[in-house]
Design a protein around this ligand. Structure first.
Ligand code: TRP
Length: 484
């Protein structure tokens, strides 16, 4: 049974943040607070033109040669997001691949603005991708929860409210399946201070009001917290912000870059960060950008946590998922089964097919579904049923892992502690990658970067002590939490 969606295409949910200014623009507009496709003469919202964004932002498309290089360096077939241009754009990804090839350290950095306590499948995609990258590269990952941003950019939210969201979002993020030995999750409100704050002010000093206005479109009536916030999101891209992970030796650590997987709307922050990095003599961050997961209502918008009918939430039941897809998912099919068989459907605008691009790993199977749909062999109801099955399985697996994301686990991931990672297994390392290597550069090193046995031992010992300390602190915190 081919059914047309109940909601017409132009009824696109407003921007993700209900507090953001929402004057419906005629032109496509994408910035960290608003995502809206161009409104055509017929009043309908068009799909986001990602090639145009690449041009506008000055990033590079991820081309086949780079994917081949990725496979050659990592020994892994590129993730389906990369194969399908869901992750489609980059800045200096080659730099990271070169480093990985040589066994030189780098880290992954991503984040989330905790604007509500319910994450949806649009939010989890980038974290799934980060987990995959972390498994491939075996490097540390820092995840920033910008509770301060969500406070500053909202008329209504209170500090207490956004801090609560940070905790609940952290629980969701852990449920992606991250390894606590390699992953540090922090709330800006909690972690700000020390080395982080030093970098925030170094950053802030380099950015004038004029620049912030040009990059983000602020004006004289924007509160000053918004203008300053960019230094906080930016400073997180510097390895020296995390002495507990990379060590205290700022000079050495300054050269460790990060790779930032993010949705393309975050690029303005990091364009600015790359400028500042160069001026601070810090390594410039590299970026890899994804497109958005469409709202159920169709291309030209993204899922919104504040509009229930636009999104599949990670806490939805199998029945809710089924009902939402059947009722709301925009269909590229024909009005009736007869027409569908005769004329076929359009997978390019069909939301169920779009979602399968994100969730179905098998390229051949996906191709066949698209082909059958186009040729009218597959009806909308049948396509929806496949999509429903994938989403139900995805959400159920997540919910199962979430039952294990206890308060203690949240505390552990958010505790300031050393991490452990190995990097490229093919490279014999002369310098350890872990942070407690402040002894590097001290005498007895022989000038070739090799550590003596004693130095290695000392590092191992320091690491063990730090890990014990952190575990104890987390335990103590946890028991406090349980008592109250
Ligand atoms: N500003 C982002 C948001 O509102 C959160 C964020 C902070 C982020 N740092 C990041 C996202 C790095 C991607 C990469 O969601």
């Amino acid at each position: 049974m081919a059914s047309k969606p109940e909601a017409p295409a132009q009824e696109v949910p407003p921007a993700a943040d209900p507090d953001a200014p929402t004057t419906a623009p005629a032109k496509q507009s994408v910035d960290p607070w608003n995502v809206a496709g161009e409104v055509g003469d017929d009043g309908k919202v068009k799909a986001i033109d990602y090639n145009k964004l690449v041009e506008e932002f000055g990033t590079k498309l991820i081309e086949d040669a780079l994917l081949q290089r990725f496979e050659q360096v990592t020994g892994h077939k590129p993730h389906r997001f990369m194969r399908r241009q869901i992750v489609f754009s980059q800045r200096d990804l080659e730099v990271i691949l070169d480093r990985h090839e040589k066994g030189e350290p780098f880290f992954l950095y991503t984040g989330r603005g905790p604007s509500s306590d319910s994450m949806h499948i649009g939010h989890t995609q980038i974290f799934d991708f980060c987990k995959w990258l972390q498994d491939v590269f075996d490097v540390p990952l820092v995840i920033m929860l910008t509770d301060d941003e969500k406070f500053l950019f909202s008329e209504k939210r209170t500090v207490e409210e956004v801090i609560g969201y940070s905790q609940e979002n952290c629980r969701d993020i852990i449920s992606i399946g991250f390894d606590p030995e390699k992953t540090f999750i922090f709330s800006d409100y909690e972690f700000m201070g020390g080395a982080f704050y030093r970098n925030v002010t170094r950053f802030a000093k380099l950015v004038t009001y004029n620049t912030a206005r040009a990059v983000f479109g602020f004006d004289e009536s924007s509160n000053i917290g918004k203008i300053h916030f960019t230094s906080i999101q930016g400073a997180t891209a510097f390895a020296t912000t995390f002495p507990h992970i990379f060590g205290e030796d700022e000079k050495r650590v300054a050269s460790i870059p990060c790779l930032i997987p993010c949705a393309i709307d975050q690029d303005p922050y990091f364009r600015l960060t790359r400028d500042c990095a160069a001026r601070l003599k810090y390594a410039k961050p590299s970026l890899i950008h994804s497109r958005f997961l469409d709202a159920l209502q169709g291309p030209g918008s993204k899922m919104s946590a504040s509009i229930d009918s636009s999104a599949i939430f990670m806490k939805d039941t199998p029945k809710q998922i089924k009902d939402k897809i059947n009722k709301y998912a925009f269909s590229g099919g024909q009005e009736t089964a007869e027409l569908q068989r005769e004329k076929g459907g359009d997978p390019a605008v069909d939301v169920s097919y779009q979602y399968l691009q994100f969730f179905m790993d098998d390229d051949e199977e996906l191709r066949k579904i698209g082909q059958d749909y186009k040729e009218g062999k597959l009806l909308t109801g049948e396509l929806k049923a496949i999509c429903i099955k994938y989403l139900q399985e995805y959400v159920a697996a997540f919910q199962e892992r979430r039952t294990k994301a206890t308060d203690d686990r949240v505390k552990l991931f958010m505790s300031v502690r050393p991490l452990k990672w190995e990097g490229n297994p093919k490279v014999k390392r002369t310098v350890p990658l872990t942070g407690e290597s402040s002894t590097i550069g001290e005498g007895g090193e022989g000038g070739d970067g090799k550590l003596t046995k004693n130095q290695l031992k000392k590092i191992e010992k320091e690491k063990a002590i730090a890990a014990k300390k952190a575990a104890k602190a987390a335990e103590k915190e946890a028991s406090k939490g349980n008592a109250s």
